[in-house]
Ligand binder design. Structure first.
Ligand code: ADP
Ligand code: MG
Length: 397
């Protein structure tokens, strides 16, 4: 986004960057107190921990936060593992250990480093070097492994991505069993379910049994996302509130459609802000976020109109005759489109009234609010004879 866009909205820097939080901007971190507690107490008692969650939900940021709180009676190292290759994993770990561990009694770490870089050590050789170092450490080592779920290599083509990750974990299982070292590893969300079942059956059929402490990094609530936004704007030098920066309806749309995922939320707002800037608007409005959204969703015209209607009215039923008149479609076709929106998590069914399903933006309202009367659409014709669509809030009727 051009610098001029920030200047236009009186910001000193980009409030919506979707990059994971780094040590220098951890003050942007919000919430997650219980998760931090659970992960660090498991890790500090030298149990392996898996962090599961969908992409963009905040696993990397959470790891960084925990790293910043590691007490000095531990060593800690962070590695990224972008390949499904156990040998690569092991050498990355050894390399990092050699960086953070100053010295070990009876071992020449420099010589080990030279061997690692020059000799093309085998997987087993690297493993025994790691083991010999770990055995003699004066304090335990915590290892953070991020983005194991992003493995791209397809060394073993017929396996799915999560099967490949599992394969790597299997290959380095002995590493997780070493004393004096423990791992925090980010994993795909589906591992969460798998591990739960392993633990329930009380068996240990796979390496997942070693991750008895697996935590699900959950989606953000709408209130948390709003808090995150407020914090971001403030840190970027904005002096007003989130509601002054965004038209409230724009914010509702962003909150509803990001489905609790902070990366998606920030991305949508950033795109919306860019459109607001191009219009030279005083604040980011509904149309900006809506357009940004449509560019990415590529919804057909009917779905787009329905989504617009939902976002503006709050709730809608296919059998609403005003809606049918506005859409120029019968109830059945509208119901079908609502279904499409719901399948894409762009709308959700909130209740059934007289046999008709009532839809709203996902999660945008509490169940109580969803009991409020439906907004009514009035379709009139203007002087040119075109249909005009007006929304009336319940109190207007
Ligand atoms: N607890 C948090 N507080 C504030 N911002 C967060 C938090 N967790 C994640 N974010 C933001 O959400 C986005 C995605 O987070 P990230 O840690 O990269 O997710 P993941 O690693 O799960 O893909 C980043 O922009 C990050 O700054
Ligand atoms: Mg990440």
């Amino acid at each position: 986004m051009p610098q001029a866009a920030y200047a236009h909205f009186k910001l000193k820097l980009d409030p919506f960057t979707t990059l994971s939080l780094r040590p220098q901007n951890l003050e942007h971190f919000i919430g997650r107190e219980l998760l931090i507690d659970r992960v660090s107490s498991a890790l500090f008692s030298l149990s392996n921990v898996g962090l599961a969650g969908e992409p963009g939900v905040g696993k990397s940021s959470l790891m960084r936060m925990i790293q910043s709180q590691v007490p000095s009676q531990f060593y800690w190292a962070a590695i990224g593992v972008p390949r499904d290759d156990a040998a690569y994993f092991l050498s990355e770990l050894l390399r990092e250990m050699l960086v953070i561990i100053p010295k070990v009694k009876g071992l020449d770490l420099k010589a080990i480093g030279r061997r690692l870089e020059k000799e093309g050590l085998s997987k087993n050789e690297v493993f025994s070097l790691i083991r010999s170092i770990v055995r003699k450490l004066d304090k335990p080592l915590l290892v953070f492994v991020d983005d194991l779920e992003k493995i791209k290599d397809d060394r073993i083509r017929h396996l799915s991505r999560s099967e490949r990750t599992l394969q790597v974990l299997e290959e380095i299982k002995t590493l997780f069993e070493l004393p004096n070292i423990s791992f925090a590893i980010s994993l795909q969300e589906e591992f969460y379910g798998k591990v739960q079942s392993v633990v329930q059956e009380n068996g240990d059929p796979t390496v997942l049994g070693l991750f008895r402490h697996i935590v699900l990094v959950e989606k953000f609530s709408m209130a948390e996302l709003k808090g995150l936004l407020q914090r971001r704007l403030q840190k970027a030098g904005y002096t007003g509130t989130a509601d002054q920066f965004f038209e409230p309806e724009a914010l509702i749309l962003g909150l509803a459609l990001c489905n609790g995922n902070p990366r998606r939320f920030l991305y949508l707002l950033s795109e919306g802000m860019f459109r607001g800037y191009r219009r030279k608007a005083a604040r980011v409005e509904f149309q900006d976020v809506f357009e940004a959204l449509n560019e990415h969703l590529k919804l057909d015209n009917v779905c787009r109109k329905l989504l617009y209607f939902l976002a503006k009215s709050g709730r809608a039923v296919a059998s609403n005759s005003d809606l049918q008149a506005y859409m120029g479609l019968d109830m059945i076709s509208i119901a079908r489109r609502f279904d499409v929106l719901a399948k894409n998590r762009l709308a959700e069914m909130v209740e059934v009234v007289n046999g008709s399903k009532v839809y709203a933006l996902p999660g945008s309202k509490t169940p109580e609010e969803n009991k409020a009367p439906l907004s009514v659409v009035k379709v009139t014709r203007n002087l040119a004879g075109e249909k005009v669509f007006n929304l009336f809030e319940p109190e207007d009727n």
